[in-house]
Write a protein that binds this ligand. Structure first.
Ligand SMILES: Nc1nc2c(c(=O)[nH]1)N[C@H]1C(S)=C(S)[C@@H](COP(=O)(O)O)O[C@H]1N2
Ligand SMILES: [Mo]
Length: 284
């Protein structure tokens, strides 16, 4: 099935506000800004797959981008390949996935995937393939640099006392928050930040080694996949360096893990890092 951009734009339109986080956004000082929120518009993917006629043997959907690079595998096999990411057929058929041609009310910018990208709400950045040129259904699990070599999380897991090392392809977004900035008017300081990755119940903030304090979470934005902004007043901090750490708690009661939590500490690659983010603040 071949579709022009005009064909795709003529199909039913769907919008979603979705915060995309790069799975490499560690929260460590060298990379903590790899995230952004936008209003994306496009047409649902599932009806197109259905119209194309997926065979019973189809299990995996591959999204190919126009960007390409040289691949050199550990076994020395070398070749040129376009960017490619895949999803199981069940994940791809999620009615929330859209083939997106608009960002914040304007044509998708070149950097963000013009003419067309996948928007897969609830997934880390890498799943949201940009510059799409082909979508195909295959009857085998698909491996590529961006499925099976890069964007692979290596985690040491405890299974009833036995250590199991698991290598998994980066998947769905995880519960996370971060302090974004500290503002002040005179001596009245305020910490503002964001929380995302799961339905947010509340956010708590710790200054230096003090107790966790409840932040005020902005209740106006009800979009399921959009980050929530939060703030905490910080009256009259003493001069000098302080640390500010936040943790999000989701509606099921899960708490964003500390960096020392085994979930983070026993993860040996930097992908999918949803540990608590600590920022350093200089008050003068
Ligand atoms: N074709 C293609 N799609 C891609 C990528 C890429 O390199 N090529 N990078 C991915 C990664 S790692 C991220 S974090 C997001 C970034 O999306 P943005 O540029 O709209 O923020 O795009 C994803 N889609
Ligand atoms: Mo990324």
């Amino acid at each position: 099935m071949a579709l022009t951009l005009a064909d795709i734009k003529a199909r039913p339109r769907e919008e979603v506000t979705f915060t995309i986080e790069c799975s490499g956004n560690t929260g460590l000082p060298f990379f903590n800004g790899g995230i952004g929120n936008a209003r994306w518009a496009g047409t649902p993917l599932a009806p197109i797959l259905k119209e194309a006629g997926v065979l019973d043997s189809g299990i995996e959907v591959v999204f190919w981008g126009t960007d390409e690079g040289e691949i050199k595998r550990a076994d020395e096999v070398t070749f040129k390949q376009n960017f490619a990411r895949s999803m199981s057929l069940a994940d791809a058929m999620d009615p929330k996935n859209i083939l997106c041609y608009e960002m914040n009310g304007t044509s998708l910018p070149a950097d963000n995937g013009f003419p067309l990208r996948l928007i897969a709400p609830g997934w880390y950045g890498i799943a949201n393939a940009k510059w799409l040129k082909r979508i195909e259904v295959r009857d085998q699990r698909f491996e590529s640099r961006f499925m099976g070599r890069d964007y692979v999380t290596v985690r040491e897991e405890d299974h009833n006392g036995e250590t199991v090392w698991a290598e998994t392809s980066v998947g769905r977004a995880r519960l996370k928050s971060a302090p974004a900035r500290v503002t002040h008017i005179g001596s009245d300081y305020r910490i503002v930040g964001a929380a995302w990755g799961a339905p947010i119940d509340r956010v708590e903030v710790k200054i230096d080694d003090g107790p966790w304090m409840p932040a005020t979470v902005d209740g106006t934005e009800e979009a399921e996949f959009a980050w929530k902004m939060w703030s905490l007043d910080w009256p009259k901090p003493s001069a000098g360096e302080h640390t500010v750490t936040s943790r999000a708690i989701d509606k099921s009661g899960n708490i964003q893990p500390a960096m020392s939590d085994p979930w983070i500490a026993k993860k040996h690659t930097y992908w999918e890092s949803n540990g608590q983010v600590t920022r350093r603040i200089q008050v003068s």
